[in-house]
Design a protein around this ligand. Structure first.
Ligand code: DGY
Length: 318
């Protein structure tokens, strides 16, 4: 049995596969592989561990000779042509649950960081500009008792809402269908996207990327937002029309944004970098030691379920 891993993931994955006598080939360079390199690496392999930065399209899938399962080291799987995998009987798995709290924590940290200008204040001190307490120094936005709107209230979105309770926030959410549990347990209220735009002080995007959510945050959504509202994106960059967002931030149509993801990742527009009302992170939503280890274990277990244990993995997408 042979597995190809497109980039070095935590060691625990290698230990687990080694113990099961599975041969592992992996990309030891700290960079994203090209399509041709993925095709080359996958030759003769039974399984693949891929990353959200690998585009596994029809062209690549059609070259697979033996691949039975692709285990994506991410909860999102928009990087894989799922329909084509289905046609070719290739199983695709992801890593839900194990990164939920890490990602929700990061979403809430971004919200606080933008609201209270944490990175700007940190730079201010480091640059020697702090000359003493001042009444108008680096004033930010209140979070306590404000309205939090979450779009995409799945596992991660639900946990972002839960964190809002600690700040006594009014909770709004939008998903494809109402979630009784969020309403009963957290007192969250279902709202249309338009209502969320109009009523929220903080909007956190947690939705998966698909045809319905591509550029969901467009000009009309942003124009509906309050002037002092803050947009946080921990979902996928393409959910937001980045050009429109930049214009809105430059023109102060909204108060700020916290972004962990970008439309053309890893490229981050210079205009975005120049803005002070924005906090930018390098797609580190799930990046805690524990979450990244647990993701590795889950990826490997899905592969072992198929190759060694003769059972279907729980976290199967197709
Ligand atoms: C994922 O796993 O899809 C998230 O983007 C991680 O940050």
């Amino acid at each position: 049995m042979k597995v190809f891993i497109t980039r070095r993931i935590p060691d625990i994955a290698f230990d687990m596969l080694g113990k099961e006598g599975v041969e592992v080939i992996f990309n030891n360079e700290d960079r994203v592989l090209s399509s041709d390199e993925i095709i080359e690496g996958a030759k003769g392999c039974d399984a693949l561990i891929t990353l959200l930065s690998d585009t596994i399209d029809k062209k690549i899938i059609d070259t697979f000779e033996k691949v039975r399962i692709i285990s994506n080291y991410a909860v999102g799987y928009n990087n894989i042509d799922i329909e084509h995998c289905r046609k070719k009987n290739i199983i695709v798995c992801n890593t839900p649950d194990v990164l939920t709290h890490a990602t929700a924590d990061l979403g809430f940290s971004l919200l606080l960081a933008v609201a209270r200008k944490i990175p700007e204040s940190d730079s201010f001190v480091r640059e020697g500009l702090f000359k003493g307490w001042a009444p108008r120094l680096l004033r930010g936005h209140d979070v306590y008792s404000k309205t939090l709107g979450v779009i995409g209230a799945g596992r991660i979105g639900g946990e972002v809402l839960r964190r809002g309770i600690g700040f006594n926030m009014k909770l709004l959410y939008n998903t494809r269908s109402k979630k009784e549990q969020l309403e009963k347990e957290l007192g969250a209220c279902f709202a249309s996207k338009e209502e969320i735009a109009k009523r929220s002080d903080f909007i956190v995007l947690c939705t998966p990327l698909n045809d319905d959510t591509f550029h969901m945050i467009d000009k009309s959504f942003i124009l509906n937002m309050k002037k002092d509202a803050i947009l946080i994106n921990i979902a996928r960059g393409q959910v937001v029309d980045e050009k429109v967002l930049i214009e809105a931030l430059e023109d102060k149509k909204i108060a700020g944004a916290g972004l962990d993801v970008y439309e053309n990742e890893p490229q981050v527009p210079e205009r975005l970098k120049r803005l002070k009302n924005v906090v930018l992170l390098p797609h580190t939503g799930s990046s805690t030691f524990k979450a990244r280890d647990d993701m590795a274990v889950l990826c490997v277990n899905s592969i072992l379920d198929i190759l060694k244990r003769g059972k279907m993995p729980q976290n199967r997408i197709c």
